[in-house]
Design a protein around this ligand. Structure first.
Ligand code: SF4
Ligand code: SF4
Length: 167
């Protein structure tokens, strides 16, 4: 008799699970999912590599520039890289759709190169990275960011000091 009661109750209530992947699945608010990298905002400071709990981020020097590599399969979604990134060039989306066939494992990575450029003031070979610091007052204009991208670290430091003196 008890069985029929449970059977009737379940029949009325309907299924408790969802038919994923044939139906959309609920994503919790503020879920820490797939890493997103913005090459234009990265200064190549390598803080994300230093703090990465899973060892998923690695930088290598190449003839073209500083190569950023991030392996989604190794990421533990701790969020440390996004917390410590000074320019918010690395962020976490709420995308958790990362199941893949073993044959596609090498595609589960972000590969970008921050190119070298020549400093427009002293001629030194330097990273064409954008100093886009968060919270600087007054904030950088797009034109200023473009100008600073052409400077080496030393000349950038001088330019920043002059900017501070005139603002
Ligand atoms: S979320 Fe954590 S494990 Fe994943 S890349 Fe960032 S620091 Fe590394
Ligand atoms: S700017 Fe952000 S993403 Fe780029 S190296 Fe530094 S911490 Fe990593």
């Amino acid at each position: 008799m008890k069985f029929f009661k449970i059977f009737a109750r379940n029949l009325i209530q309907g299924p408790s699970t969802i038919a994923f992947p044939f139906a959309p699945a609920w994503t919790p608010e503020r879920l820490r999912g797939r890493i997103v990298f913005d090459l234009a905002g990265c200064t190549g400071c390598r803080a994300c590599e230093q703090v990465c709990a899973g060892g998923a981020i690695r930088f290598d020097k190449t003839p073209q520039g500083l190569r950023f590599m991030m392996w989604h399969n190794t990421c533990v979604f701790c969020g440390l890289c996004t917390f410590y990134c000074p320019t918010k060039a690395i962020t976490q989306s709420d995308d958790w759709h990362m199941a893949h066939a073993a044959a596609h494992k090498f595609e589960m990575a972000i590969r970008e190169v921050i190119p070298y450029t020549t400093c427009s003031v002293c001629g030194l070979k330097t990273l064409a990275s954008a100093p886009n610091p968060v919270g600087v007052v007054p904030p950088f204009s797009a034109e200023e960011i473009e100008q600073h991208r052409q400077l080496c670290a030393g000349c950038r430091k001088k330019a920043m000091a002059e900017r501070g003196a005139t603002s």
